[in-house]
Ligand binder design. Structure first.
Ligand SMILES: NC(=O)c1ccc[n+]([C@@H]2O[C@H](COP(=O)([O-])OP(=O)(O)OC[C@H]3O[C@@H](n4cnc5c(N)ncnc54)[C@H](OP(=O)(O)O)[C@@H]3O)[C@@H](O)[C@H]2O)c1
Length: 378
């Protein structure tokens, strides 16, 4: 079987390497500049891919919304199955692309979009096929896990930990999508869509990042025996789902507390199967390239786990009913009672996710630099 890769950066190169000798031939690679190392396989023109009847799978490894989304639509319209590693684009266009694939009897798979090399989404879909998933979530962003571990270990400030992450290649030059939680928002949206076989607009997922965490916050957490992680969380509700992304504080004995470096740890809870966790490297050429290659191989063998999803039922996100105690600091006016104080921060009583996220937005608008993190299980 023949496949095409769109984009030849970290993920595209990784997938190409894994597919060598696999039985799937990467016969075309779309780039946007001359790349002599690709020889005859290189094209700068997408119509070479769309017009080649021998290519049956197209894997997009470009990133961003366009032209990635348009290329995948055009590939499906040309009768080719599609694979992607692009979480932002999949989170926004999942419903449309799955519908198009189903109409034409084609496959769409995107394992690498959440958890990098971890077989998270395929197992989520598999479990959802025979069980009722009630909730899921965890650490889905390696960059912020690295930064939080560096702050925890070295006692340094956020800016130092971010600079270290950038120096070692764990953070991009513009780290906003990672540190503001936008990356996690896309990943938890996609995970919720597959777990509940629905579609949720990712823009409706409330998100808090870690941009304003300080060394003093981390010292406070240490005093309390807690460690901060940036998490995504989705729970099934009577009316749909409660989905959000925010910093969360984990106590001793939890797997999240001791999660090293840039690792990911994602768990699901299902009525019959119980709680299952998946952990591993959430990014990088080898892990992510493998995920893309395995999606292509599964499609070539006619056994993609993603063939079971429909994701056509649009649901509302409602986090009013999810209550947490929060650690909160840096609010000139916090509209919640303090249950206790630690340093210059307070621990609130139970507050809804929607109310706390609204309070952070109001504080940001007032010019504060607020930081809030929920207390896991409390
Ligand atoms: N890196 C990871 O570990 C990882 C993990 C999970 C998911 N992802 C996702 O995978 C996707 C790709 O990430 P990446 O890290 O591989 O990015 P990358 O290293 O920047 O590679 C992207 C490649 O796409 C090429 N490209 C951009 N626009 C193009 C166009 N219009 N036509 C053809 N090629 C084009 C770029 O070309 P130039 O070389 O000319 O710039 C570059 O080679 C993103 O959606 C990312 O979020 C990445």
């Amino acid at each position: 079987m023949k496949a095409a890769l769109l984009g030849y950066g970290t993920v595209g190169k990784g997938a190409d390497a894994v597919l060598k000798g696999s039985g799937v031939e990467v016969s075309r690679i779309l780039a946007r500049r001359p790349r002599p190392e690709l020889g005859e396989r290189l094209t700068l023109d997408m119509s070479d891919v769309l017009g080649d009847p021998d290519i049956s799978v197209v894997a997009e490894c470009i990133g961003g919304y366009e032209p990635a989304h348009g290329f995948l639509r055009a590939s499906l319209e040309a009768g080719k199955s599609v694979v992607s590693s692009n979480k932002q684009m999949i989170a926004r266009y999942l419903r449309e692309l799955v519908s198009l694939a189903r109409e034409r009897g084609l496959s769409i798979a995107f394992s690498a979009a959440v958890g990098g090399g971890i077989p998270w989404l395929v197992n989520l879909v598999r479990t959802a096929g025979a069980d009722r998933i009630t909730g899921l979530g965890g650490v889905m962003n390696g960059t912020t896990n690295f930064i939080l571990n560096a702050m925890q270990g070295g006692g340094g400030d956020f800016a130092d930990a971010l600079a270290e992450a950038q120096r070692l290649g764990f953070a991009e030059a513009d780290p906003s999508a990672d540190i503001d939680g936008i990356d996690v928002r896309a990943k938890i949206s996609i995970s919720a869509d597959l777990a509940f076989d629905v579609f949720l607009d990712p823009e409706t997922v409330p998100v808090l990042g870690i941009r304003h965490i300080t060394a003093a916050d981390v010292a406070n957490f240490r005093e309390l025996g807690l460690v901060c992680r940036l998490i995504g969380r989705a729970d099934r509700t009577d009316s749909g789902a409660a989905v959000y992304a925010e910093p969360m504080l984990f106590g001793a004995g939890s797997a999240e507390q001791s999660l090293p470096g840039a690792m990911n740890l994602i768990s699901l809870e299902a009525e019959r199967a119980g709680r299952m966790s998946f952990s591993g490297p959430g990014a990088g050429m080898g892990p992510t390239g493998s995920s893309v290659a395995l999606d292509i191989l599964d499609i070539s063998r006619g056994r993609s786990a993603f063939d079971a999803i429909s994701c056509q039922n649009v649901i509302e996100n409602d986090t009013d009913g999810v209550l947490h105690r929060y650690y909160a600091r840096g609010f000139s006016k916090l509209p919640f009672e303090a249950e206790s104080r630690t340093g210059d921060a307070v621990i609130t009583g139970p507050v809804s996710v929607s109310a706390m996220h609204a309070a952070v937005s109001a504080a940001l608008e007032a010019g504060d630099r607020p930081f809030a993190a929920s207390l896991a299980g409390r």
